[in-house]
Ligand binder design. Sequence first.
Ligand code: C2O
Ligand code: CU
Length: 491
Amino acid sequence: MQSRRPRATTHSRRQFLNRSAALAAGAILAPAILLPGCRRSLPVSPDDEFSGTVLRAGRFTAAPDGRSREVWGYNGRLPGPVLRVKEGDTLRVKVVNDLGDVPTSVHWHGMHQPGTWQMDGVEDVSRSPIPAGSEFVYEFQATPAGTHWYHSHVGVQYGNGLFGPLIVEEATPIAAYGRDEIVFLTDWFLQPCDTLLAGILKGMDMKMPEKKEMKSMKDLGDVPFQSALINGKGRMAGDTTSPPATLEVKKGETVRLRLINGSSTYALRFRIDGHPLTVIASDGAPVQPVTVDNLVVNIGERFDVLLKADQDGAHWVRAATLDGKEGRAILRYAGDPASAPEATPAQWGERTLTPEAMRSRSPVALGEKPREMALELGGSMTPYRWSINEQLYPKSDPIVLEKGEAVRFHFRNPTGMDHPFHLHGHYFHVLGKPGALNLKDPAQKDTVNVPAKEELVIQWQATNPGRWFFHCHIEWHLATGMARVIEIKPY
Ligand code: C2O
Ligand code: CU
């Protein structure tokens, strides 16, 4: 993944340091210790020597679900390349904007960016985006450990394919397992996201479509489901030729699956036929292990689960919307003939992961007397828009906090849709529903689903000064107002 360009002319001090870094660290790591003055990224011209990873955002044609379309992706891949580093290392990534005529940015979803909020990649919140034809070097400390991802944070770009996995390996292992596998889940559409958004804005402002269709659209997703991809592969209904992704396992091994939902529209229920899964972490943070048959991964969420390969043959790996529209991959034991498992309907099993079952593995210290804030979620179809306390981003007040303040957010969601909320730069604790708060060992997360018609309380401490983003991760909700800037002072 490393890209270094030879350069014959004189070397600056920085280039010398960069080269030493490349020699010392090999692949994509910059040294953990950088000299002052080298800490910040400097503008990089194309013939500069560069010791890091390069993500080239560009357009290419691919048929991930059997239907050919223009994909926007990194390095010609879908999902983008795996970035893998060790906890605490410095990650240096040059992002080249080859998209042609639009600006772009990369957000490192899950990275807390201590002291580097300008590297967070949110359009016009962290810094202005990378103009078409130019490039920018992101540089930050890889923390916290765990399963994370990266994606464009400009407009509704990421749903076109501008996403990929970011793995930060723990310094101390959190479980016993042999190896890991990334399972990147996404919904997928034939049309570009700008077209989908324009369609939503227009369609919702016109007459109600046929009632039944409207119901499922309103409840589960604003764009009718087309297909779901697992590691960039899927199959549009009716297509029988598009090859599914395959996970190979050896009988007897325990594999850590790193589940990521990088969708624009749909929560996805995950299951591997005949194999229970033991959840060990969410959004990177270790949880007390829970064994389930299936679990829902909301948009932006990550779960680390242990899979015990104790059977034979081939089994379906399923990722389905909450009303059962499915994408599939195959789990195949080494030595099994390469035929697909039988086409059986999904059996989801009895045990699913409930929010209450998610408990922190490390001791929890909630700040005393948190400042209480009520967040009322709202939505309207005509015109189509989504709000927090009746304000629409970008015309919304920032939430201003002092460094060190403890805050408790009370969500109230009277709308008919779930809203997976993501906080940048911090973890929060998920306390639960009012009246039944877990103040003892609430799990830490950075993305949590606020279910339709329910209330939810989270609490966190504003430890990381800067300008951060806080929003529903459904692309269409973010794009039409369901977001706030959180300013933590002084920054
Ligand atoms: Cu996954 Cu504000 O982002
Ligand atoms: Cu939402």
